[in-house]
Design a protein around this ligand. Structure first.
Ligand SMILES: [Zn+2]
Length: 341
Protein backbone atom coordinates (compact mmCIF):
# COMPACT_ATOMS: atom_id res chain seq x y z
CA UNK A 1 0.00 0.00 0.00
CA UNK A 2 1.28 3.43 -0.90
CA UNK A 3 2.07 5.73 1.98
CA UNK A 4 1.97 8.74 -0.25
CA UNK A 5 -0.91 11.17 -0.12
CA UNK A 6 -0.26 12.88 -3.40
CA UNK A 7 -0.92 12.06 -7.01
CA UNK A 8 1.29 14.19 -9.23
CA UNK A 9 0.56 15.41 -12.75
CA UNK A 10 3.44 13.17 -13.96
CA UNK A 11 1.66 10.16 -12.45
CA UNK A 12 -1.63 11.29 -13.95
CA UNK A 13 -0.21 11.59 -17.47
CA UNK A 14 1.12 8.00 -17.32
CA UNK A 15 -1.95 6.50 -15.66
CA UNK A 16 -4.45 5.16 -18.20
CA UNK A 17 -5.96 2.41 -16.09
CA UNK A 18 -9.56 3.65 -15.79
CA UNK A 19 -12.21 1.66 -17.62
CA UNK A 20 -15.35 3.40 -16.45
CA UNK A 21 -16.76 6.14 -18.66
CA UNK A 22 -17.08 9.84 -18.11
CA UNK A 23 -20.42 11.03 -19.55
CA UNK A 24 -20.78 14.68 -20.58
CA UNK A 25 -24.22 16.12 -21.34
CA UNK A 26 -24.16 19.27 -23.48
CA UNK A 27 -26.82 21.95 -23.63
CA UNK A 28 -27.18 25.23 -25.49
CA UNK A 29 -25.20 27.07 -22.78
CA UNK A 30 -22.10 25.09 -23.76
CA UNK A 31 -22.33 26.32 -27.34
CA UNK A 32 -22.86 29.90 -26.26
CA UNK A 33 -19.87 29.72 -23.86
CA UNK A 34 -17.73 28.19 -26.60
CA UNK A 35 -18.54 30.69 -29.35
CA UNK A 36 -19.12 34.07 -27.68
CA UNK A 37 -18.29 35.82 -30.98
CA UNK A 38 -20.55 33.55 -33.02
CA UNK A 39 -19.50 31.04 -35.64
CA UNK A 40 -16.73 31.32 -38.26
CA UNK A 41 -18.74 33.99 -40.11
CA UNK A 42 -20.00 35.77 -37.00
CA UNK A 43 -23.47 34.15 -37.07
CA UNK A 44 -24.94 34.31 -33.56
CA UNK A 45 -25.74 31.22 -31.50
CA UNK A 46 -29.32 31.34 -30.24
CA UNK A 47 -30.78 30.32 -26.89
CA UNK A 48 -34.49 29.49 -26.64
CA UNK A 49 -35.29 33.05 -25.48
CA UNK A 50 -33.78 34.75 -28.54
CA UNK A 51 -34.08 32.05 -31.18
CA UNK A 52 -37.05 33.70 -32.90
CA UNK A 53 -35.01 36.86 -33.62
CA UNK A 54 -31.61 35.23 -34.24
CA UNK A 55 -32.89 32.62 -36.67
CA UNK A 56 -35.30 35.04 -38.34
CA UNK A 57 -38.65 33.41 -37.58
CA UNK A 58 -40.63 36.63 -37.12
CA UNK A 59 -41.58 37.09 -40.80
CA UNK A 60 -42.99 33.53 -40.94
CA UNK A 61 -44.95 33.99 -37.72
CA UNK A 62 -46.31 37.33 -38.96
CA UNK A 63 -47.40 35.80 -42.23
CA UNK A 64 -49.55 33.31 -40.32
CA UNK A 65 -50.87 36.00 -37.98
CA UNK A 66 -49.08 34.61 -34.94
CA UNK A 67 -47.92 37.21 -32.46
CA UNK A 68 -44.63 36.68 -30.66
CA UNK A 69 -43.65 39.54 -28.35
CA UNK A 70 -39.96 40.51 -28.29
CA UNK A 71 -38.07 38.08 -26.06
CA UNK A 72 -40.74 35.39 -26.44
CA UNK A 73 -39.40 31.90 -25.73
CA UNK A 74 -39.29 29.69 -28.79
CA UNK A 75 -40.13 26.59 -26.75
CA UNK A 76 -43.36 28.20 -25.52
CA UNK A 77 -44.39 29.41 -28.96
CA UNK A 78 -43.63 26.15 -30.74
CA UNK A 79 -45.20 24.03 -28.06
CA UNK A 80 -48.35 26.13 -28.10
CA UNK A 81 -48.67 26.05 -31.89
CA UNK A 82 -48.23 22.30 -31.80
CA UNK A 83 -50.85 21.79 -29.11
CA UNK A 84 -53.36 24.00 -30.88
CA UNK A 85 -52.94 21.75 -33.88
CA UNK A 86 -51.58 24.65 -35.87
CA UNK A 87 -51.51 24.49 -39.63
CA UNK A 88 -48.80 21.93 -40.32
CA UNK A 89 -47.51 24.29 -43.00
CA UNK A 90 -46.41 26.92 -40.49
CA UNK A 91 -44.60 24.33 -38.37
CA UNK A 92 -42.80 22.97 -41.45
CA UNK A 93 -41.77 26.52 -42.48
CA UNK A 94 -40.46 27.24 -39.00
CA UNK A 95 -38.50 23.98 -39.00
CA UNK A 96 -37.04 24.61 -42.45
CA UNK A 97 -35.85 28.07 -41.40
CA UNK A 98 -34.22 26.65 -38.24
CA UNK A 99 -32.56 23.78 -40.12
CA UNK A 100 -31.23 26.17 -42.73
CA UNK A 101 -29.76 28.48 -40.10
CA UNK A 102 -28.08 25.72 -38.07
CA UNK A 103 -26.86 23.84 -41.15
CA UNK A 104 -24.86 26.88 -42.30
CA UNK A 105 -22.93 27.25 -39.00
CA UNK A 106 -19.21 26.51 -39.10
CA UNK A 107 -16.50 26.19 -36.46
CA UNK A 108 -14.15 29.18 -36.32
CA UNK A 109 -10.62 28.44 -37.59
CA UNK A 110 -9.04 29.08 -34.18
CA UNK A 111 -8.98 26.57 -31.30
CA UNK A 112 -12.30 26.47 -29.46
CA UNK A 113 -13.66 24.90 -26.27
CA UNK A 114 -15.28 22.27 -28.51
CA UNK A 115 -11.82 21.19 -29.71
CA UNK A 116 -10.65 20.86 -26.09
CA UNK A 117 -13.87 19.10 -25.13
CA UNK A 118 -13.60 16.30 -27.70
CA UNK A 119 -9.85 15.91 -27.09
CA UNK A 120 -10.21 15.78 -23.30
CA UNK A 121 -12.15 12.50 -23.31
CA UNK A 122 -11.13 9.00 -24.42
CA UNK A 123 -12.79 6.32 -26.52
CA UNK A 124 -14.44 4.77 -23.42
CA UNK A 125 -16.24 8.09 -22.71
CA UNK A 126 -19.40 9.65 -24.12
CA UNK A 127 -20.64 13.09 -25.08
CA UNK A 128 -24.44 13.34 -25.33
CA UNK A 129 -25.67 16.60 -26.82
CA UNK A 130 -29.10 18.21 -26.85
CA UNK A 131 -27.89 20.73 -29.42
CA UNK A 132 -28.92 20.74 -33.08
CA UNK A 133 -25.85 22.63 -34.28
CA UNK A 134 -23.05 20.98 -36.28
CA UNK A 135 -20.15 22.09 -34.05
CA UNK A 136 -19.64 18.87 -32.13
CA UNK A 137 -19.54 16.84 -35.32
CA UNK A 138 -17.16 19.36 -36.93
CA UNK A 139 -14.88 19.34 -33.86
CA UNK A 140 -14.70 15.53 -33.91
CA UNK A 141 -13.99 15.59 -37.62
CA UNK A 142 -11.13 18.05 -37.49
CA UNK A 143 -9.50 16.32 -34.50
CA UNK A 144 -10.02 12.74 -35.65
CA UNK A 145 -6.32 12.16 -36.39
CA UNK A 146 -5.07 13.76 -33.17
CA UNK A 147 -6.19 11.10 -30.68
CA UNK A 148 -8.90 8.48 -30.23
CA UNK A 149 -12.07 10.44 -29.51
CA UNK A 150 -15.10 9.75 -27.31
CA UNK A 151 -18.38 8.38 -28.63
CA UNK A 152 -21.09 10.93 -29.34
CA UNK A 153 -24.89 10.70 -29.26
CA UNK A 154 -27.34 13.34 -30.50
CA UNK A 155 -30.34 13.34 -28.19
CA UNK A 156 -32.45 15.79 -30.22
CA UNK A 157 -30.92 15.04 -33.64
CA UNK A 158 -28.35 17.23 -35.40
CA UNK A 159 -28.21 19.13 -38.67
CA UNK A 160 -24.79 17.54 -39.28
CA UNK A 161 -25.75 13.89 -38.87
CA UNK A 162 -27.16 11.16 -41.07
CA UNK A 163 -27.55 7.45 -40.34
CA UNK A 164 -28.16 3.99 -41.77
CA UNK A 165 -30.36 2.17 -39.30
CA UNK A 166 -29.86 -1.23 -40.87
CA UNK A 167 -26.07 -1.18 -40.46
CA UNK A 168 -25.91 0.95 -37.33
CA UNK A 169 -23.79 3.62 -39.03
CA UNK A 170 -23.86 7.34 -38.57
CA UNK A 171 -21.79 10.13 -40.02
CA UNK A 172 -21.99 13.30 -42.05
CA UNK A 173 -25.48 14.01 -43.28
CA UNK A 174 -24.04 14.21 -46.79
CA UNK A 175 -22.17 10.91 -46.56
CA UNK A 176 -23.02 7.31 -47.34
CA UNK A 177 -23.17 4.14 -45.30
CA UNK A 178 -19.80 2.39 -45.25
CA UNK A 179 -21.52 -1.02 -45.59
CA UNK A 180 -24.37 -0.63 -48.12
CA UNK A 181 -23.09 2.63 -49.72
CA UNK A 182 -26.59 4.10 -49.71
CA UNK A 183 -26.83 7.82 -48.86
CA UNK A 184 -27.33 8.28 -45.12
CA UNK A 185 -30.81 9.28 -43.93
CA UNK A 186 -30.81 12.78 -42.46
CA UNK A 187 -31.48 12.79 -38.73
CA UNK A 188 -34.66 14.62 -37.80
CA UNK A 189 -34.50 17.40 -35.27
CA UNK A 190 -36.65 16.92 -32.19
CA UNK A 191 -38.56 20.15 -31.52
CA UNK A 192 -39.57 21.45 -28.09
CA UNK A 193 -42.99 20.11 -27.29
CA UNK A 194 -43.99 19.30 -23.73
CA UNK A 195 -44.43 15.56 -24.18
CA UNK A 196 -41.52 14.64 -26.40
CA UNK A 197 -41.45 11.09 -27.54
CA UNK A 198 -37.94 9.70 -27.52
CA UNK A 199 -38.90 6.33 -28.95
CA UNK A 200 -40.93 7.15 -32.07
CA UNK A 201 -37.93 8.12 -34.20
CA UNK A 202 -35.58 5.14 -34.72
CA UNK A 203 -32.40 7.23 -34.78
CA UNK A 204 -33.20 9.27 -31.67
CA UNK A 205 -34.33 6.15 -29.86
CA UNK A 206 -30.98 4.46 -30.61
CA UNK A 207 -29.07 7.53 -29.42
CA UNK A 208 -30.94 7.45 -26.10
CA UNK A 209 -30.22 3.74 -25.67
CA UNK A 210 -26.53 4.58 -26.08
CA UNK A 211 -26.69 7.26 -23.40
CA UNK A 212 -28.52 5.00 -20.97
CA UNK A 213 -25.95 2.23 -21.37
CA UNK A 214 -23.05 4.61 -20.69
CA UNK A 215 -24.81 6.27 -17.75
CA UNK A 216 -25.17 2.97 -15.94
CA UNK A 217 -21.36 2.54 -15.81
CA UNK A 218 -20.30 6.17 -15.56
CA UNK A 219 -18.09 7.33 -12.69
CA UNK A 220 -18.30 11.05 -13.47
CA UNK A 221 -21.33 12.76 -15.02
CA UNK A 222 -20.89 16.34 -16.25
CA UNK A 223 -23.70 18.66 -17.29
CA UNK A 224 -22.19 21.44 -19.39
CA UNK A 225 -24.46 24.42 -20.08
CA UNK A 226 -27.62 22.35 -19.87
CA UNK A 227 -30.47 24.29 -18.28
CA UNK A 228 -32.86 21.36 -17.66
CA UNK A 229 -35.82 23.20 -19.23
CA UNK A 230 -39.31 22.11 -18.21
CA UNK A 231 -40.01 20.98 -21.78
CA UNK A 232 -37.24 18.39 -21.22
CA UNK A 233 -39.03 16.70 -18.31
CA UNK A 234 -39.09 13.38 -20.18
CA UNK A 235 -35.37 13.65 -20.93
CA UNK A 236 -34.52 14.37 -17.31
CA UNK A 237 -36.61 11.44 -16.11
CA UNK A 238 -34.84 9.13 -18.58
CA UNK A 239 -31.39 10.32 -17.48
CA UNK A 240 -32.24 10.02 -13.83
CA UNK A 241 -33.58 6.49 -14.37
CA UNK A 242 -30.34 5.42 -16.03
CA UNK A 243 -28.06 7.15 -13.49
CA UNK A 244 -30.02 5.42 -10.73
CA UNK A 245 -30.73 6.19 -7.12
CA UNK A 246 -28.37 8.83 -5.72
CA UNK A 247 -28.06 6.73 -2.53
CA UNK A 248 -26.50 3.95 -4.61
CA UNK A 249 -24.19 6.44 -6.24
CA UNK A 250 -22.44 7.75 -3.19
CA UNK A 251 -18.94 7.41 -4.60
CA UNK A 252 -19.61 8.78 -8.03
CA UNK A 253 -19.32 12.40 -8.95
CA UNK A 254 -21.80 14.75 -10.59
CA UNK A 255 -20.42 17.96 -11.97
CA UNK A 256 -22.25 21.01 -13.27
CA UNK A 257 -20.50 23.47 -15.55
CA UNK A 258 -22.63 26.58 -15.59
CA UNK A 259 -22.61 30.26 -14.74
CA UNK A 260 -25.86 30.24 -12.73
CA UNK A 261 -25.99 30.72 -8.95
CA UNK A 262 -25.29 27.63 -6.84
CA UNK A 263 -28.74 27.61 -5.16
CA UNK A 264 -30.51 27.62 -8.48
CA UNK A 265 -28.29 24.87 -9.85
CA UNK A 266 -28.58 22.49 -6.93
CA UNK A 267 -32.35 22.86 -7.05
CA UNK A 268 -32.53 21.84 -10.72
CA UNK A 269 -30.05 19.02 -10.25
CA UNK A 270 -31.03 17.57 -6.90
CA UNK A 271 -32.11 14.20 -8.36
CA UNK A 272 -28.55 13.66 -9.62
CA UNK A 273 -26.60 14.93 -6.67
CA UNK A 274 -25.53 12.87 -3.70
CA UNK A 275 -25.06 14.88 -0.51
CA UNK A 276 -21.39 15.71 -0.96
CA UNK A 277 -20.30 14.44 -4.30
CA UNK A 278 -20.93 17.25 -6.65
CA UNK A 279 -18.85 20.04 -8.02
CA UNK A 280 -19.84 23.26 -9.66
CA UNK A 281 -17.44 24.70 -12.21
CA UNK A 282 -17.89 28.13 -13.70
CA UNK A 283 -16.14 27.28 -16.95
CA UNK A 284 -14.76 24.39 -18.98
CA UNK A 285 -11.25 25.16 -17.69
CA UNK A 286 -12.41 24.73 -14.07
CA UNK A 287 -14.04 21.36 -14.77
CA UNK A 288 -12.63 17.82 -14.48
CA UNK A 289 -12.24 17.94 -18.26
CA UNK A 290 -10.22 21.14 -18.19
CA UNK A 291 -8.03 20.16 -15.24
CA UNK A 292 -7.47 16.47 -16.04
CA UNK A 293 -7.81 16.05 -19.80
CA UNK A 294 -8.03 12.42 -20.99
CA UNK A 295 -7.49 11.27 -17.37
CA UNK A 296 -10.69 12.51 -15.74
CA UNK A 297 -11.67 9.16 -14.22
CA UNK A 298 -8.14 8.28 -13.09
CA UNK A 299 -7.91 11.64 -11.30
CA UNK A 300 -11.41 11.39 -9.83
CA UNK A 301 -10.68 7.89 -8.47
CA UNK A 302 -7.46 9.08 -6.84
CA UNK A 303 -9.25 11.97 -5.17
CA UNK A 304 -12.51 10.28 -4.21
CA UNK A 305 -11.61 6.63 -3.62
CA UNK A 306 -7.96 7.02 -2.52
CA UNK A 307 -8.44 10.40 -0.81
CA UNK A 308 -5.24 11.72 -2.33
CA UNK A 309 -4.29 15.30 -3.03
CA UNK A 310 -4.25 15.50 -6.78
CA UNK A 311 -2.30 17.81 -9.04
CA UNK A 312 -3.70 19.26 -12.26
CA UNK A 313 -2.63 18.86 -15.87
CA UNK A 314 -4.46 21.52 -17.91
CA UNK A 315 -3.63 22.24 -21.55
CA UNK A 316 -1.70 25.53 -21.80
CA UNK A 317 -3.92 28.57 -22.39
CA UNK A 318 -4.08 30.47 -25.65
CA UNK A 319 -2.59 27.86 -27.98
CA UNK A 320 -3.22 27.98 -31.71
CA UNK A 321 -5.23 25.01 -33.00
CA UNK A 322 -2.21 23.10 -34.34
CA UNK A 323 -0.25 23.57 -31.10
CA UNK A 324 -3.25 22.50 -29.05
CA UNK A 325 -3.62 19.37 -31.17
CA UNK A 326 0.11 18.63 -30.74
CA UNK A 327 -0.24 18.94 -26.95
CA UNK A 328 -3.11 16.45 -26.87
CA UNK A 329 -1.35 14.13 -29.29
CA UNK A 330 1.62 13.92 -26.91
CA UNK A 331 -0.71 13.22 -23.99
CA UNK A 332 -2.56 10.54 -25.97
CA UNK A 333 0.75 8.83 -26.84
CA UNK A 334 0.94 7.50 -23.25
CA UNK A 335 -2.32 5.62 -23.79
CA UNK A 336 -0.70 3.20 -26.21
CA UNK A 337 2.28 2.33 -24.03
CA UNK A 338 2.48 -0.42 -21.47
CA UNK A 339 2.24 1.16 -18.05
CA UNK A 340 5.57 2.35 -16.66
CA UNK A 341 6.37 0.55 -13.41
ZN1 LIG B 1 -26.15 0.75 -44.60
Amino acid sequence: MSDRYEYSSEEEVRDTTAQRPHVVILGAGATLASFPEGDRNGAKLPLMNNLIEVVGLSPILRRYGISAPPGANFEDIYSELYQLGADAKVLREIEAQIEGYFSALQLPDHATIYDKLVLSLREKDLIATFNWDPFLYQACYRNRQVARLPHVVYLHGSVAIGYCMEHRKKGSRLGQCSVCHEPLTRSRLLYPIADKNYTSDPFISAEWSGLKAYLRDAFVLTFFGYGAPTSDAAAIALMKGAWGDVEQRELEQTEIVDIKEEDELTKSWEPFIHTHHYDIARSFDESWLGKHPRRTIEAACQQILEAKFIDENPAPQGLALLDLQKWYQELAAFEDQPEAG
